[in-house]
Design a protein around this ligand. Structure first.
Ligand SMILES: [Zn+2]
Length: 261
């Protein structure tokens, strides 16, 4: 089932008149993202956008337009939303609630922090590419259970089937922020694309880049594997906006054959 959420622009406060707010959508589905553009503010200062109680950083797109993307993740409970724009002092970083798993392990927190990387320069371009061509065996938003029927949580990415050793392509331009190995995720590669966009590649057999390295779209960065908790070799590909997992299918081309060389 696809959840939807209607957005209602209720209030703009703390800003003078003549400000225009543009939303890419009025109704959001689970896993989709909303683009918010704010026009009519002269380029100076730092601004944030509140969606109900959650703050998001706004970045300058050009001389008089601020922009941010907001992911509608599975944890989002509100039925309708209000938006508010506010000027802030200094650099703004969103605040996060730690998951129970993070609270138990500093090691897992390292991965969670990487997925919430927030850097001001946009490295990504709008055309993300498929990191691997193959059958999709797991979709975003599915409820997951283990063999005993214990609820594991909501699937926060897509699973693409591939044989161990198959090359994985970088989905967009960015910088490697984490290479690690974790119990569930196996060998992991996390790439920061700038302005809150982060991609993650799990269950790898081999990683071909280093932490801190700048990577380009279509570059071979890793190989498919079966590390971590898996039943067969595949790539788990996750996309995050300001730390919220979103459905990569909304950002990947519809045609899977033309986009990976
Ligand atoms: Zn997965």
């Amino acid at each position: 089932m696809r959840l939807t959420i209607p957005l209602i622009l209720l209030l703009l406060s703390g800003i003078s008149q003549g400000i225009e707010v543009e939303l890419s959508k009025k109704v959001l589905k689970l896993g989709e993202s909303l683009e918010v553009k704010v026009k009519g503010i002269e380029k100076s200062g730092n601004y944030i956008c509140w969606l109900n109680d959650s703050p998001y950083p706004l970045y300058w797109l050009n001389a008089n337009t601020l922009r941010t993307f907001i992911g509608f993740g599975a944890k989002f409970k509100a039925k309708t939303c209000s938006l508010k724009i506010e000027e802030v002092q200094g650099t703004f970083l969103p605040k996060y609630e730690e998951s129970n798993r993070e609270k138990r392990s500093i090691y897992v927190k390292r991965l969670a922090d990487a997925l919430r990387t927030e850097t001001p320069t946009q490295l990504w371009t709008e055309d993300f590419v498929w990191p691997l061509i193959g059958r999709i065996s797991g979709r975003f938003g599915e409820r997951r259970f283990d063999q005993n029927g214990t609820y594991l949580g909501i699937h926060q990415g897509i699973d693409i089937i591939g044989k161990t050793g198959t090359p994985i392509f970088c989905s967009n331009n960015g910088q490697v922020v984490l290479i690690g190995r974790f119990d569930l995720e196996g060998k992991v590669l996390v790439i920061d694309h700038g302005q809150g966009f982060v991609s993650a590649y799990f269950h790898l057999s081999e990683i071909l880049v280093e932490e801190g390295e700048l990577v380009r779209k279509n570059q071979i960065i890793a190989r498919v594997g079966a590390t971590g908790r898996v039943t067969a070799s595949h790539l788990h590909f996750g996309l995050y906006i300001h730390g919220t997992p979103i459905d990569p299918l909304y950002w990947l081309p519809k045609d899977t054959t033309k986009n990976v060389k």
